[in-house]
Design a protein around this ligand. Structure first.
Ligand code: C5P
Length: 231
């Protein structure tokens, strides 16, 4: 029937750095057969692109031009900037340090908003980030907000980074995470906030598998309800 568009399911997972969002989101997506949309990776990719072009967050003229020429996409967990694969590069310390300074800019957020909305029109998705449930997908079927203590979050990120060969102390990671959270929470555009209708899960003392199981339980319940509604 014309105009009869399939409605895809969107699950959002928001929270601060190191709360476990990406690992949890990826596994939930795998289990449900949904696509995983890592929006942090998109912001990192734009940051890398602008850093490599030498464009500072203050230079809005040059930035606008550069963003018009930018095409970012994700494919099965790999990230591409104008068809160059940048999956490893976006995890570098340089990008980590600057990403929140670029992510706060309206020009950058507008650019990525369209890409994120398009993904949700093509597939059932699990999207993780900072403003998924509040700004990008306010009508998501299920909204999760993950929290954890600063120490638990710093330890997780430290393990990831040292596992990838980066030499850094837990204290340094804690400071980086603290700085990013302050910037992400206090910016004007889409600050990190708990969506009013989100289920909050404190992951400090939980194994990843437990968090995934808990979300799956809630997601299954909602999927059944959505199925009943569409019949
Ligand atoms: O999740 P990840 O640590 O990869 O995110 C990197 C940064 O990208 C965050 O610290 C934040 O500044 C920005 N970000 C954002 N909005 C999102 C996802 C990430 O501003 N939806």
């Amino acid at each position: 029937m014309t105009g009869d568009k399939k409605r895809f399911v969107t699950i959002t997972i928001d929270g601060p750095a190191g709360a476990g969002k990406s690992t949890v989101a990826r596994r939930v997506a795998e289990k449900l057969g949904f696509e995983y949309l890592d929006t942090g990776a998109l912001y990192r990719a734009v940051t890398l692109y602008l850093l490599e072009k030498g464009i500072s967050p203050e230079d809005s003229e040059k930035m606008k031009e550069a963003l018009d020429d930018l095409y970012v996409r994700m494919d099965s967990g790999r990230v591409f900037v104008n068809e160059e694969e940048v999956t490893a590069k976006i995890r570098s310390v340089v990008v980590e340090r600057s990403v929140s300074d670029y992510a706060k800019l309206p020009l950058v957020r507008e650019k990525l908003l369209k890409i994120q909305e398009m993904e949700a029109e093509k597939n059932d998705i699990v999207a993780d980030g900072r403003d998924m449930g509040t700004t990008v997908f306010p009508r998501a079927s299920l909204k999760i907000y993950l929290v954890a203590t600063p120490t638990a979050r710093a330890l997780r990120r430290w393990k990831d980074l040292t596992g990838a060969g980066v030499e850094i102390t837990v204290e340094e990671v804690k400071e980086q995470v603290r700085k990013r959270d302050t910037l992400d929470t206090n910016r004007e555009q889409s600050p990190l906030r708990v969506p009013s209708d989100a289920k909050i899960i404190d992951t400090s003392e939980m194994e990843i598998a437990e968090v995934v199981a808990k979300i799956m339980e809630i997601a299954e319940k909602i999927r059944r309800q959505e199925g009943e509604k569409s019949q």
